[in-house]
Design a protein around this ligand. Structure first.
Ligand code: SF4
Length: 354
């Protein structure tokens, strides 16, 4: 079994907090994209794929025929989880039906918030009503496995009502939710607004409060947090992302895509044009690579294990229980929601003291 990620770098504009590797385009060069991805895929043995994930950027900007062409060539028949990240404004009935016909069976929707003022502040191109319509269009087309992304920890002056957003998200009953705390990345519009005092930096207390209230609300509603930022209804964990978190090999195609063979991680050139040119001219698209030492692999397994609800075996390395943060449940050491909040400092603590 193997896993394939395809990075679609195109966006129509840049969101205020985003530092991803994207190419802002009014016209999407779909044909060039399909050709170059298929060319990059040639040397790879893409057999027995368990999951395929179109991430971005905004994969829903690709014409559905381009998605269909890629899936026709890259995928064999079988029980593959095929996810497409989509922005709500791109999800029309026509697109949803075409995606379903092409083999997409899971859609991850960038909802982010149900407050239109907040969405404007984020420079998103959709409003809350479009997210509701998108969910309906996907379900009408037979795509019931829907994940919603939400961002929490926004600056106070936006007066974002996080509990209300959680209620709305919960009422939509997606199979999966991904919750991301707002971070300020260098050279983003948000970074510039903060530098010139036009907005305040996100507040740590608010971040913690909202993260913990999401755990409470969603757990009470039948969702299981199976990773720091991800919750699902039973049976609907993301198989693709779970593969990353359990250290399984995967192939990444497209600009900035990462691949991992179990020991070595490689990543492609970030800029679309540089990547396209390299592949078109028959050169390698890989920008760089790192081979993990045994020690790095062990540390990574501990870190990823602690990020997941499976935790790690008691007695792994020198990790011990920390009351309230890291507890033994079912014979394994697992983070509490408070522990997940502090996970980064826990890992630093351990590696700094041993
Ligand atoms: S749509 Fe996603 S990838 Fe594109 S700019 Fe916004 S956050 Fe970044």
């Amino acid at each position: 079994m193997s896993h394939l990620y395809v990075h679609v770098p195109f966006c129509q504009r840049r969101c205020s907090y985003c530092d991803f590797s994207i190419a802002v385009r009014k016209r999407i060069p779909a044909r060039e994209f399909v050709d170059v991805i298929l060319k990059e895929a040639e040397p790879h043995q893409l057999v027995d794929l368990e999951t395929i994930y179109f991430g971005g950027g905004t994969p829903s900007l690709l014409p559905p025929e381009a998605v269909a062409t890629l899936l026709n060539k890259l995928r064999e028949a079988g029980e593959t989880e095929v996810t497409l990240e989509a922005n709500p404004e791109d999800v029309t009935s026509e697109h949803a039906n075409a995606w379903r016909g092409a083999g997409i069976n899971r859609v991850s929707l960038g909802a982010q918030s149900f407050d239109d003022n907040v969405l404007k502040w984020m420079h998103r191109s959709h409003d809350a009503a479009q997210t509701h319509r998108a969910v309906q269009a996907l379900r009408d087309a037979g795509i019931d496995n829907i994940s919603l992304d939400l961002i929490f920890g926004l600056p106070e002056e936006l007066h974002r009502d996080w509990d209300k957003d959680l209620e709305i998200a919960h009422a939509l009953r997606p199979t999966h939710l991904s919750l991301y705390g707002l971070t300020v990345e260098p050279r983003t519009p948000l970074d510039r607004w903060i530098s010139r005092g036009a907005t305040r930096a996100p507040d740590e207390d608010r971040y913690a409060e909202e993260y913990l209230s999401a755990h409470k609300r969603l757990s009470a509603g039948g969702y299981q947090f199976y990773e720091v930022s991800n919750a699902s209804l039973p049976g609907f964990r993301s198989r693709h992302n779970s593969a990353y978190w359990s250290g399984q090999p995967y192939v990444g195609l497209g600009p900035a895509a990462h691949s991992f063979d179990g020991r070595t991680r490689r990543w492609n050139l970030r800029a679309w044009e540089a990547y396209r040119l390299a592949v078109a001219e028959g050169r390698s698209a890989v920008e760089s690579e790192e081979t993990l030492t045994e020690e790095q692999r062990e540390l990574e397994a501990v870190y990823l294990g602690l990020r997941s609800s499976d935790g790690i075996a008691v007695g792994t390395g020198s990790i011990r229980a920390v009351p309230g943060w890291l507890e033994v449940r079912g014979g394994r050491l697992k983070c509490t929601p408070e522990g997940w909040l502090r996970l980064d400092s826990l890992v630093t603590y351990d590696s700094a003291t041993h």
